[in-house]
Design a protein. Structure first.
Length: 309
């Protein structure tokens, strides 16, 4: 399989972020392991697609790849390093991607002077004076949708080779900043250590989307399931559950699974909303055609009547 992320996603090198996101979602829906149980080839392709999207969805990493500074896995290519690699994460390079190694930057000059001094007590053990607070270290961490919803622990690698385990709280949102106190730069003169500030990026899911604390998904159903109703297995972030589909359901019917959404800060969960989509069998079905020809109610139906002028 191609190793170039543009080739993997099937997009041009000048593709917009919207086009890249659309290509990823299309491939993820096709290759997701939940939809291809036991298919190792599909699983490997899905991993490659996720890695390609992780790189190209980050504007800085994409630019660095295009310049040849990093390879398709995000690893540094052998070359001279510049101070620009450590500028502020909000306006410059993102330090970490996925589950692999990352790099930190140590804040801009406003961080340094904004938090420069923490006054020590004149009666303290060190005999008084001022201590310099350590600089905050900024990181970027991309995680899967379900890890953000359910919570997880991810390990990032610091520039000096040390590792830092990051506990991702259930319900973490895209763009949210996690603060790990005392995990930044060391203080001087007895000053406290800085903090680690981790900006979270939540990758899109193949079929789940998030609306606040609710989860939404579109569920394909057969014509028989829609007409006759019944109990179906429906995916949720915590695993499949049984859901009752009423008789006579239609495309667009929206059903609620109470408490199957995102964890709420004060306890409890949001809901999951399932929108049904009636899907006919592939190819012609002569028996179905014959039935429809003799189906009087179907012949008399006028679904577009409201659109007539």
């Amino acid at each position: 399989m191609a190793s170039d992320p543009y080739e993997i996603l099937g997009v041009k090198r000048d593709a917009t972020q919207s086009a890249i996101r659309t290509a990823y979602r299309k491939l993820a829906k096709k290759l997701h392991p939940d939809l291809n149980p036991g298919d190792k080839k599909a699983e490997e392709k899905f991993k490659a697609v996720a890695m390609a999207y992780d790189l190209l969805s980050d504007a800085d990493k994409r630019a660095r790849f295009d310049r040849g500074e990093i390879d398709a896995s995000g690893a540094e290519r052998a070359q001279q390093r510049y101070y620009r690699d450590f500028q502020d994460a909000e306006s410059g390079p993102h330090a970490y991607s996925g589950g692999g190694a990352g790099h930190a930057d140590f804040g801009d000059i406003s961080d340094l002077f904004g938090d420069l001094f923490s006054r020590r007590s004149a009666r303290g053990a060190s005999g008084g004076g001022f201590g310099m607070r350590g600089a905050d270290a900024r990181y970027h961490l991309a995680v899967d949708f379900l890890d953000a919803v359910n919570g997880a622990t991810k390990r990032i690698t610091l520039p000096d080779g040390a590792t830092l385990d990051v506990a991702i709280p259930p319900g973490t949102e895209d763009g949210q900043i996690l603060r790990l106190r005392g995990k930044g730069g060391e203080g001087l003169g007895g000053g406290t250590a800085g903090d680690a500030l981790i900006t979270m990026e939540v990758r899109p899911h193949a079929f789940f989307t998030r609306r606040g604390n609710d989860i939404e998904m579109e569920l394909p159903v057969t014509l028989a399931e829609a007409v006759l109703g019944g109990k179906l297995d429906v995916p949720t972030p915590k695993g499949s559950v049984r859901m009752s589909v009423p008789k006579g359901s239609n495309t667009g019917t929206r059903l609620r699974l109470k408490g199957k959404g995102v964890a709420l800060p004060g306890g409890g969960h949001g809901d999951e909303y399932v929108t049904l989509k009636v899907v006919l069998p592939e190819g012609r079905d002569e028996a179905l055609e014959e039935f429809v020809r003799g189906w009087q109610a179907g012949q008399q139906q006028k679904p577009r009547e409201h659109m007539e002028r």
